[in-house]
Design a protein around this ligand. Structure first.
Ligand SMILES: [Zn+2]
Length: 427
């Protein structure tokens, strides 16, 4: 059978190390995808993969039905040309007799990029040390970029999943869910779905900002975070016809995504303590600096002036105390995300949260009654106790929107911890 092989042009000896090995595996993944995408009938079970000091090597036979060898050669050359470090890569093709199928093109030297590689080799134009240092550092940079890209993608999609999971959780007392708009006459389920789509462009941007942030003073991140947050808000208002569906979650999830980016720029593993430290660092003195103004206009500021409860800003300044002390333990206990674990998580948060969304529409007496009912519904988890919450929300026309935002953040943190356990952030 004809065969395809992958190897790397590593001059000198040994021809592999951990960087080269990782780079090789990354190329191999991409190359296999290319084969499958072009419907080349490779015989995966007969593949040979070797890694030793003579270099990383992969060889695979394939059937030649629809493709001529020259067409496949072209696909291999395109792969080398389109790969950012394709000049280090050799994808070779052999026919049924074992002869190399060559296109006759000569490659440029990957180091000087001036002369054909074969000439530089013949003339010993560059020393092995020089070539190897250059090559390993290019590979390391490439792998670092790939790692960053994958982490950003993963975190952005986990944020989206967490927000959608909170919205879809049904039933929820006073809140918009799939079957009811709760205490919100101006919102519905579809509006939340649309608004989530509208703000999602900001998720990967926020992680990227976290990766790039170098200042020791974390509070310096706030203007940039706000800038992205404001763009997300205006997209939200546009999608909802000027209804505030997700301002709170934009703030809290925005901080979380940025903090994750910062954390993974300096570590391979997710660490809860470090995550919380970064959040606390960014939001240091935020309540004092931003909420004492007697002409405060936002709901949160008005509630703070009247009752002294600091809402989402206070929660952020504490490093998400309610999320970690009350919400997360409920999901950890259930070991998975499902209706029950998320409902219990919401109850545990709401039983302990001085929700400014509730206070804005009522008073401390109603808030305390609601918190007590949440405590009862959590301690004795049954439909009757849970329904009692929906009733009080209806009577008092209140909605625990702040707690719902914290549920989304808790869900996100849980998912990041799971992804970390599954080595999604380790390369
Ligand atoms: Zn050269």
């Amino acid at each position: 059978m004809p065969s395809l092989s992958l190897s790397l042009n590593v001059p000198g000896f040994p021809k592999s190390n951990s960087t080269v090995g990782s780079f090789f595996r990354s190329c191999l993944r991409d190359l296999k995808n290319t084969f499958v995408a072009h419907r080349i009938d490779i015989h995966e079970k007969e593949a040979i993969e070797i890694c030793d000091t003579a270099g990383d090597f992969y060889l695979i036979p394939f059937s030649i039905d629809d493709f001529g060898l020259n067409e496949i050669k072209q696909i291999c050359e395109d792969f080398e040309e389109n790969h950012p470090l394709g000049r280090f890569v050799d994808v070779d093709l052999n026919d049924q007799q074992g002869n190399t199928v060559s296109s006759g093109k000569s490659k440029l030297c990957f180091f000087c990029r001036e002369k054909p590689a074969i000439e530089c080799r013949r003339e010993n134009a560059h020393s092995f040390d020089e070539l190897r240092t250059f090559m390993f550092s290019e590979m390391a940079v490439f792998l670092g970029c790939q790692r960053k890209k994958q982490i950003i993608k993963k975190l952005a999609s986990l944020a989206q999943q967490a927000i959608l999971a909170e919205i879809a959780l049904t039933p929820k007392p006073g809140l918009v869910d799939r079957h009811s708009s709760g205490s919100h006459s101006d919102m519905n389920y579809q509006m939340f779905v649309d608004s989530t789509e509208a703000i999602s462009f900001g998720f990967d941007e926020l992680v990227r900002e976290g990766f790039a942030f170098q200042n020791d003073d974390l509070t310096k991140a706030l203007p940039r975070l706000r800038d992205i947050g404001l763009q997300m808000e205006s997209a939200m208002f546009e999608a909802t016809g000027n209804v505030n569906t997700q301002k709170g979650v934009i703030f809290l999830m925005g901080l979380s995504l940025f903090a994750c980016g910062k954390l993974f720029s300096q570590s391979d593993r997710f660490q809860v303590g470090e995550f919380r430290n970064i959040i606390r660092g960014i939001c240091k003195d935020m309540v004092r600096n931003e909420m004492g103004n007697p002409s405060g206009k936002s709901h949160g500021e008005k509630v703070f002036l009247k009752y002294g409860f600091s809402g989402a800003r206070g929660e952020a300044e504490s490093g998400f105390a309610t999320v970690f002390d009350f919400g997360l333990p409920e999901i950890i206990q259930e070991k998975q995300l499902n209706d029950e674990s998320m409902t219990k998580c919401l109850l545990a948060i709401a039983a302990n949260n001085n929700d400014t969304n509730i206070l804005f529409r009522s008073n401390t007496e109603v808030l305390n009654r609601f918190k007590n009912l949440c405590r009862i519904a959590l301690d004795d988890f049954n439909p009757a106790n849970y329904d009692a919450l929906a009733d009080v929300c209806k009577q008092e026309n209140i909605s625990p929107g702040g707690s719902a935002d914290l549920l989304a953040v808790t869900t996100f943190v849980w998912s990041v911890i799971q992804a970390d356990k599954q080595k999604h952030f380790t390369f």
